[in-house]
Write a protein that binds this ligand. Sequence first.
Ligand code: GLN
Length: 192
Amino acid sequence: MVNKLIGVLALQGDFAEHVGLLRSCGYRCQEVRNIHDLDASDALVIPGGESTAIIKLIDRWALREPLVKRIESGMPVFGTCAGAIILARASSDGEAPLGVLDISVTRNAYGRQTESFEAEVASPHFDGALKGAFIRAPVITDVPPQVEVLAEYGGDPVLVRKDHLLASTFHPEIAGETRVHRFFLEVVCSSN
Ligand code: GLN
């Protein structure tokens, strides 16, 4: 994916942190706000933020159908926190997610903003614990066998992968953790 252009959905949320992290790692990326930006992107990051607001904006700018089509035809996507909710098949409440990743999520499962925390997340797929910020994070409640759990925290899946789709309930980009984005670009995107 070295020469590929990574889109970062920039409708709401912490898209600037993803862009900053990707650029600091040497990847080419652009903010995605419309169908033209999406068409020009080879892969997509959906940031954290407020999933209800992001889904409303996706629908307002008529991006749902093109997004689902691109994802179903193999565009790699990494969703963090609200981004994971947006990819999910089912969410406990709020707007209807895209339904492209076969997981169910319960929103705000760790409590309010003041109960947000940083944690070390152990994963056999990475050398040493991953650093992650959990900010009004969801919990993934249902993971069918075809979805791979790459990391757990407190017994819950927090990083999952199904083929070209990667989702974390935590924010690596806020904790200064680059390895999950590198994994997305160098493993998930490259295995397509
Ligand atoms: N609580 C938010 C939601 O439900 C997600 C928070 C986040 O992305 N950090 O959409």
